[in-house]
Design a protein around this ligand. Structure first.
Ligand code: AP5
Length: 209
């Protein structure tokens, strides 16, 4: 199944994509995770985009399109994928249409108040991308990843100013994709406000499971 997870920052796309990927045996392709790994490794791409990402802006379309094009060629994406965080602009959506046949777009719906609560309490394990929340999804040991025991961090773009920028960027550049995929009759809404297990149950239903 070829899936897109669309929705504002902090709506739970990454959390649910990880669970669904395991359930369906298809890869979660998170452009945010790929870009953060590039920043950590100080690759040419990482050095070029570090400042943009940490302030909450979008990486240029040509770079993200190229990343996704290469990733979709990998063996594990042949039987389906979950694109988490891509496309984010009309240009990216048009490019994706030329690369692959999208089958379903899940639109995560969450209020701005809830988004801010989720992002300000988020903690991540940088190496794996595993995500926690200090209240809603705490690690077994405070500040430590459940599997590796390594330190958790707060993402630089989860600071208040960057959150504000990301919300505006979402409204201006990404939310038009809701209409775009509605017109293609591919989009379904998912209420992202309940507890994670309930959201996941609804997600499974939307995917016909
Ligand atoms: P990206 O990593 O994609 O960030 P995002 O879209 O802003 O999404 P988030 O990762 O912030 O949130 P999420 O919806 O995955 O929520 P999560 O599951 O973590 O992108 C980062 C940056 O990279 C961009 O700003 C941009 O610079 C660049 N970039 C990436 N893709 C790009 C592209 N295509 N084009 C250009 N630039 C690009 O959940 C959030 C918190 O809530 C967690 O703490 C979690 O534990 C908790 N939580 C989750 N579900 C629930 C629930 N049901 N109830 C309570 N808490 C919950």
């Amino acid at each position: 199944m070829n899936l897109i997870f669309l929705g504002p920052p902090g709506a739970g796309k990454g959390t649910m994509a990880g669970r669904l990927a395991q359930e369906l045996g298809i890869p979660q392709i998170s452009t945010g995770d790929i870009i953060r790994a590039a920043i950590r490794s100080q690759s040419p791409l990482g050095l070029r985009v570090k400042e943009i990402v940490e302030s909450g802006g979008l990486v240029p379309d040509d770079l993200t399109i190229n990343l996704v094009e290469e990733r979709l060629k990998e063996e594990d994406a042949r039987n389906g994928y979950i694109l988490d965080g891509f496309p984010r602009t009309i240009v990216q959506a048009d490019a994706l249409g030329g690369l692959s046949k999208v089958e379903l777009v899940i639109n995560f719906v969450l209020s701005e108040d809830e988004i801010v609560k989720r992002l300000s309490g988020r903690r991540v394990h940088p190496a794996s991308g595993r995500t926690y929340h200090v209240i809603f999804n705490p690690p077994k040991v405070e500040g430590k990843d459940d599997l590796s025991g390594e330190d958790l961090i707060t993402r630089p773009d989860d600071q208040v100013d960057a959150i504000r920028t990301r919300l505006k960027v979402y409204q201006d550049q990404t939310s038009p994709l809701i209409g775009y995929y509605k017109r293609e009759d591919l989009l379904v809404d998912l209420d992202a406000s309940p507890a994670p297990d309930l959201v996941f149950q609804e997600l499974l239903k939307l995917c016909g499971k």
